[in-house]
Design a binder for this molecule. Structure first.
Ligand code: NAD
Length: 216
């Protein structure tokens, strides 16, 4: 990720996405200015880290006052590359894929589903939340024609290898992989994010153990 995020560590990028959510919350409360300590409290991060992160990207607050929320949101969105709408295609319209297609939050964050793909003829041609399901055989052509930049994989892992061959990595720059398949990305200019919710539960299980120890 180091190269793809232009030398910025993944941890900082993740923190920026957290700041953005906190700034939206503050904006909804009709605040105009926010202090780094307030952001820190909302995000559960040290205020010195918040200040250091923003300074690194040239986002400076007003001395003694804080940050103008609107400007900071604009700046963080710019850093994260969220200013332009990105075209997304989803592959595998089963239980998970259907839920993802129905989620409005992606569009609000500037990610637009331009198409979905499956091999099941009973699904092809139908729509989920207005998004058309195409035959997986047409994936290559579709990516080219519709400037697809991001692919979401929600197929059985055994299907991934053959699908990956049809993804033009000159066009697609990001893959959100929900399957357990390991994608071969070495030497390729693409960012792959593997999502595993059982891993998240394992983390919760570990942290619960620590909490229980503290209480005892
Ligand atoms: P599902 O069986 O309901 O859906 C899979 C869909 O993929 C079906 O519509 C099927 O027709 C389609 N498909 C199969 N082969 C295909 C191919 N070659 N090309 C295009 N479409 C194809 O499965 P699900 O419950 O939605 O799970 C989907 C994937 O997500 C699985 O790999 C599962 O393990 C994974 N999953 C991961 C998490 C996580 O936390 N990462 C959580 C839930 C599911």
């Amino acid at each position: 990720m180091e190269n793809i995020t232009s030398g910025v560590s993944e941890i900082i990028v993740i923190r920026l996405t957290t700041y953005l959510r906190c700034l939206y919350i503050a904006k909804r409360k009709r605040k105009n200015i926010i202090k780094s300590v307030e952001i820190a409290k909302l995000c559960g991060i040290k205020s010195s880290v918040v200040r250091k992160d923003f300074t690194q990207f040239g986002a400076f607050g007003i001395k003694g006052k804080g940050y103008e929320i609107e400007n900071l949101i604009k700046k963080v969105r710019e850093i994260l590359g969220l200013n332009t709408m990105k075209n997304v295609a989803l592959i595998g319209v089963g239980n998970l894929g259907t839920a993802l297609l129905k989620y409005q939050g992606f569009f609000d964050a500037n990610f637009k589903f331009v198409g979905a793909f499956d091999l099941n003829y009973q699904k092809i041609g139908k729509r989920v939340n207005g998004i058309k399901i195409y035959d997986i055989k047409n994936l290559k052509k579709f990516i080219d024609k519709n400037s697809v930049e991001i692919i979401i994989l929600s197929v059985p892992s055994a299907a991934v290898r053959s699908i990956f061959k049809n993804i033009d990595l000159k066009k697609v720059k990001g893959i959100l992989n929900f399957t357990s398949a390991i994608l071969p990305c070495e030497g390729k200019k693409i960012y792959i994010r593997n999502i595993d919710l059982s891993r998240e539960l394992e983390l919760i299980s570990f942290c619960m153990k620590k909490c229980l120890k503290k209480e005892a």
